[in-house]
Design a protein around this ligand. Structure first.
Ligand code: C2E
Ligand code: CA
Ligand code: CA
Ligand code: CA
Length: 276
């Protein structure tokens, strides 16, 4: 119940109450989690048309002593709202860089794509951090790519353009994540010098049975090819979806059909078996 005027009162609904409680819990605990090194990166491979794995996606999780493994959807939007996404994103980038350096020692040469939120772009330290890490770890090339969402591009087009150019200058590819779910149109794509689009899971799901999804996938692939963009499909769960996507020009596929996101050590084992 809510009433305005004299004797104003406001009673929180149980859901509001829970949201407020959750916000407060995150507010005290996520910052600590960062300090106490409770975050962990899981890696999910992408598979090329010829069956090669050249690149992985880094997906963060939170190992909470209180609640167990917490998925990113439960804390990333809080991190974005609170600004904590900036130090969190820096941690992700540096942790991934260190992992890639360890893999390099073992002659495992893979690129890793990192998810970057709009809020991180306004903060230019992401570039200085990346440059510093490349230098500290003696990389002659940049093994990191970035996945930006459509909202990153739309909120501030000028900034987005600069940021894409900065990443490209460093040698990072820029991929547009969740393509098709946001507000950007196919024609807006042309304005940004992107390297690839990631076709959202919603178009991939049952694509072999859904004629609307089939038309959309074909249209998106056609435009992407005209613009010289690679197409990566995410959320591929079965061979029928995969067959349709591959037949229709998708360049790389990612999803449970191939592998779930997993910690670095588990990925290495998976990769050894995959190569064997
Ligand atoms: P996303 O970037 O769109 O990542 C794809 C999500 O789909 C991941 O969820 C992944 O685990 C999941 N997935 C992969 N293959 C399949 C499949 O075959 N079927 C199904 N149903 N799902 C699949 P996850 O790991 O829970 O991440 C959720 C979102 O959190 C990500 O969506 C991304 O937007 C965000 N996120 C994750 N890590 C980071 C990060 O380090 N920074 C930022 N800013 N956002 C992140
Ligand atoms: Ca992503
Ligand atoms: Ca997605
Ligand atoms: Ca997403």
């Amino acid at each position: 119940a809510k009433e305005s005027g004299r004797g104003k009162f406001c009673v929180f609904s149980p859901e509001m109450n829970q949201r407020v409680f959750e916000y407060l819990w995150l507010d005290t605990n996520l910052r600590k989690a960062l300090e106490k090194d409770q975050l962990i990166i899981h890696y999910q491979p992408k598979v090329t048309r010829s069956g090669e794995v050249r690149s992985l996606e880094a997906l963060v999780r939170w190992q909470s002593p209180e609640r167990g493994l917490i998925p990113p959807l439960d804390f990333i939007s809080y991190a974005e709202e609170s600004g904590l996404i900036v130090p969190l994103g820096r941690w992700v980038m540096l942790d991934v860089m260190q992992q890639v350096a360890k893999w390099r020692e073992k002659s495992i040469n893979l690129r890793v794509a990192v998810n970057v939120s709009a809020r991180q772009l306004a903060d230019q330290t992401i570039f200085s951090d990346l440059k510093q890490a490349l230098r500290d770890l003696n990389f002659e090339y940049c093994p990191i790519d970035v996945e930006l969402t459509e909202s990153c591009l739309i909120e501030n087009e000028e900034l987005a353009l600069t940021v894409i150019q900065q990443f490209s200058a460093l040698g990072a590819q820029v991929h547009l994540d969740d393509f098709g779910t946001g507000y950007s149109s196919l024609s807006q794509l042309a304005r940004f010098p992107l390297d690839a689009i990631k076709l959202d899971q919603s178009f991939v799901r049952d694509v072999h049975k859904q004629s609307v999804s089939q038309s959309l996938v074909r249209a998106i692939v056609a435009v992407a090819q005209a613009l010289n963009l690679q197409v990566i499909a995410e959320g591929v769960e079965n061979t029928k979806e995969d067959a349709f996507l591959t037949k229709n020009g998708v360049n790389e596929r990612q999803g449970y059909l191939f592998a779930k996101p997993m910690p670095a050590a588990a990925f290495e084992q998976w990769y050894q078996r995959y190569l064997a």
